[in-house]
Design a protein around this ligand. Structure first.
Ligand SMILES: [Zn+2]
Ligand SMILES: [Zn+2]
Length: 158
């Protein structure tokens, strides 16, 4: 477990041509039940770990834009088309990484969930906070602080 949690964390897409590395811990983790994420993930919800952009790097391969090709830039592997990370519009200091791309994934638990208004009736997550849509921008500082305190508690107590 300690080995899995020590940085850096490496990851890759389904075919492993696109490789990523993070050298910082996530500031927040989430699951999104929106219809867009259902379609792009081909599943009931998408999973996200938000990292500081300064702690994120593409180490192999060339990501390509996919999804809606809109203001939020969804980055995919150009070969296997896995959705690997997203650069949300207007928040240059953070990058949303799909946590199941990491070589080790057992650490991941969604701390918040969004768009429960569109969730499949049976879809449940262990998220501590549920939002009918997205949290308000003003909710994020408190959520980030609470996530950080929970992570440091679990590290020191285990
Ligand atoms: Zn979504
Ligand atoms: Zn690939």
């Amino acid at each position: 477990m300690t080995t899995e949690l020590s940085l850096p964390w490496n990851g890759g897409c389904r075919c492993d041509r696109l490789r990523i590395r993070v050298t910082a811990h996530p500031i927040l983790t989430m699951a999104c039940h929106c219809r867009g994420c259902q379609r792009m993930s081909a599943s009931a919800f998408s999973l996200t770990a938000i990292f500081p952009n300064s702690g994120f790097a593409v180490t192999e391969g060339e990501p390509t834009i996919g999804g809606l090709h809109g203001e939020h830039r969804h980055f995919f592997c150009s070969h296997c088309k896995s959705w690997v990370f997203t650069r949300p519009h207007g928040v240059d200091q953070f990058v949303n990484v799909r946590p199941t791309m990491f070589d080790h994934v057992s650490w991941f638990v969604p701390f918040i969930e969004s768009y429960t208004c569109e969730k499949l009736p049976w879809a449940t997550t262990p998220a501590r906070h549920s939002f009918e849509r997205f949290p308000a921008m003003t909710d994020y500082p408190g959520l980030v602080a609470e996530y950080a305190s929970r992570v440091s508690n679990s590290t020191t107590s285990s």
